[in-house]
Write a protein of this length. Structure first.
Length: 629
């Protein structure tokens, strides 16, 4: 029965916790109740204590973790400051938001350069392929590794960086990139230098042979696909050796650099300049050039290279010979096109240098013939197929025989007797002129000996010496030996050197002539009037005779220019104490004019053609008889 004195709710509560509902019962249950309440308090105290303890532990652990984190950050910072690597972060618009500070100068520089200024994609990839790959990775928000890029600094040093990065996502949201980078400037520059050396000519900076051929092959492949044409220029300087020899190799190098720069400045972007070696340059003209355009470019190449310049403090002017080949007409591969342009260049040389020539199939035939002829000429020297004819020189007034000139001929087994015009240039080009010239010297001296031994009194004999032979250090010994072998005194011999040979390198020519003259040999300057002699040099050359070139004698006595030139040469020679010989005298009127003008000697078909030694012996006998009579 519920106790009516207790509140019904209390009664319900008491009942729920198992207490008796009556007041008596409640009083009886109070101690137990109090004990339970008190136990509750005790338990609550224990819980609070435990809670406080665990809070204490958590806070201690927290500060330990903080300390560990700080230590690890310090360790990382100290390691980073030792390396050239740095850490960076970017926001979602790919702007640098953080670049780790650096203690070294490069690092600090980089940090300032990168901070906020350069978006990741502004970095320039070193290669185009790298750039594409990198951009694709960034666009796909993918990680990238070891991307090398350049960071140009206006007015300052260029930097090359290697960067690796990871995208940062929070959930699905892209928040930017974070990564590492390092300065690889030195290594990249060293690598670029190696690449440069492997592909470009170290002296001039233009493509080397390998690189040029490779580019030519690429251009050919494109031209084949697009059905277009291209062209190769082969450019050879005309007097490079002379410049190298007179002004020194440094000046020669300087000239090559100027030539490379001038050629480069003439061309458009797709065209390529290369140096094959020595003074040989090549140019690839891409983009379907037609003949008109090629002619125009070739003309510009010639005029640009002919611009005067100063080398070793001296004014110098050079010229070049240019050969041109075309794809697809002349050849379809790089090697053939280069060979055709080279062949055409030789034609330009043969046509007087300082000009350009297009390759033609006839030219190929001619080159083949030349090659064959060169082989035959080599044989001819060994097999005694060469012989000498002698052309007399006479006193203009008395008609007395004063001298003769040995002129080489080639008794070709199939083609008959060949004049020097058919093989001297080839001999010169191939260097065969040196052994050939030695043979001529020996044969002429021997012939003088034969005539003398036959009781004849041959006058002085002159021998022509060519460019290469004149430049050859053995010339002096060869002259001396030929004289000794034939037991002749040096006065029996005269050396004819053309004016253009002397002017190719006047300083050196002067030295060579002095040595020859010291030997006792006479010197004549041949073909005078064709080689632009400087009068200053003429005075310094120890020559005794000037030979007026046939082209001036031709127009005498009517052509006013020829008359004026001949008179001037005679008076110039006499004022320098030299004798004058007129070459190519064919008519009495020419001879009459020369006699009046005071010319000393004459040589020409009118007075005597080049003749065999036998005919010359007859002439000598005739002269002897005339003198005796
Ligand atoms: P060069 O030394 O000026 O010789 C004169 C050339 O003119 C010779 O031609 C001669 O035959 C030719 N000639 C002489 N009189 C007349 C004339 O009245 N009318 C015409 N139209 N021509 C005349 P060649 O023998 O054909 O020699 C040509 C050139 O070849 C020579 O010119 C010389 O430079 C060179 N040469 C000849 N023999 C030798 C040689 O043994 N060694 C070298 N290095 N060159 C040589
Ligand atoms: Mg001559
Ligand atoms: Mg001559």
């Amino acid at each position: 029965m519920p106790d009516p004195a207790l509140h019904p709710t209390l009664q319900r509560q008491l009942k729920r916790v198992g207490l008796l509902p009556s007041a008596r019962d409640a009083a009886a249950a109070l101690p137990a109740l109090l004990e339970r309440v008190s136990r509750c308090y005790i338990e609550a105290d224990q819980d609070r204590y435990l809670l406080e303890r665990s809070q204490e532990v958590a806070s201690r652990e927290m500060s330990e973790l903080h300390a560990q984190l700080a230590a690890s950050q310090a360790r990382l910072a100290s390691l980073l400051s030792l390396s050239s690597d740095w850490i960076w972060e970017q926001d979602a618009s790919l702007r640098f938001t953080y670049v780790s500070a650096h203690t070294n100068e490069v690092g600090r520089d980089l940090a300032t350069l990168l901070s906020g200024k350069h978006a990741l994609l502004d970095l320039e990839a070193v290669s185009e392929a790298d750039a594409k790959q990198f951009q694709a990775l960034v666009a796909a928000r993918s990680p990238f590794r070891n991307f090398v890029c350049g960071l140009g600094q206006p007015g300052g040093r260029p930097y090359y960086l290697r960067v690796s990065g990871e995208p940062v996502f929070v959930g699905d949201e892209f928040r930017g990139y974070r990564g590492v980078g390092s300065d690889v400037t030195q290594a990249t520059q060293a690598e670029q230098r190696v690449q440069q050396l492997a592909r470009y000519d170290a002296l001039t900076g233009v493509a080397n042979r390998g690189m040029f051929l490779q580019q030519l092959e690429h251009a050919l492949a494109r031209a084949r696909q697009t059905d277009t044409s291209l062209s190769v220029f082969f450019i050879d300087l005309d007097r490079f050796k002379a410049i190298n020899d007179t002004l020194g190799h440094d000046a020669g190098d300087e000239l090559l650099k100027v030539v490379a720069a001038r050629l480069t400045s003439l061309l458009r972007g797709a065209d390529i300049v290369g140096r094959l070696g020595g003074d040989e340059f090549v140019v690839l003209l891409d983009g379907n050039p037609d003949s008109t355009m090629l002619t125009r470019v070739a003309g510009r190449v010639l005029s640009e290279l002919a611009e005067p310049l100063r080398l070793a403090g001296r004014p110098v002017q050079v010229s070049a010979s240019v050969g041109i080949s075309r794809f697809p007409g002349d050849g379809t591969d790089a090697a053939t096109l280069l060979k055709c342009a080279d062949t055409a260049m030789y034609l330009a040389k043969a046509r007087g240098k300082n000009n350009f020539q297009f390759f033609t199939p006839q030219l190929a035939d001619q080159t083949a013939r030349h090659l064959a002829l060169e082989g035959e000429l080599r044989q001819a020297i060994q097999h005694d197929e060469l012989l000498l004819h002698y052309q007399p020189k006479f006193d203009v007034r008395t008609g007395a025989l004063l001298g003769m000139e040995a002129l080489v001929r080639w008794q070709h087994p199939q083609r008959g007797l060949l004049a020097p015009g058919e093989f001297i240039a080839l001999a010169e080009e191939s260097g065969l002129v040196v052994p050939m010239g030695r043979w001529v010297l020996e044969a002429a001296c021997e012939q003088l000996r034969v005539w003398r031994d036959a009781g004849l009194d041959p006058p002085r004999c002159s021998v022509n010496v060519s460019v290469r032979q004149f430049a050859h250090p053995a010339l002096l010994d060869e002259v001396r030996n030929a004289l000794i072998a034939a037991a002749l005194d040096a006065g029996a011999l005269e050396i004819e050197v053309t004016e253009s040979v002397l002017m190719a390198d006047p300083e050196r020519a002067q030295q060579s002539l002095k040595r020859l003259h010291a030997l006792g040999v006479q010197i004549a300057i041949d073909d005078f009037g064709t080689g632009y002699s400087s009068l200053a040099y003429l005075k310094r050359f120890p020559a005794q005779t000037l030979k007026i070139d046939r082209t001036f004698v031709d127009g005498l006595p009517l052509d006013r220019d020829d008359v004026a030139i001949t008179r001037a040469v005679i008076s110039l020679a006499h004022s320098l104490d030299m004798r004058v010989v007129a070459e190519g005298v064919e008519t009495e009127s020419q001879l009459g004019f020369l006699a009046d003008a005071g010319c000393d000697e004459a040589q020409g078909y009118l007075l005597g053609r080049p003749m065999t030694p036998e005919l010359l012996a007859d002439l000598l006998r005739g002269q002897g008889e005339r003198r005796a009579a």
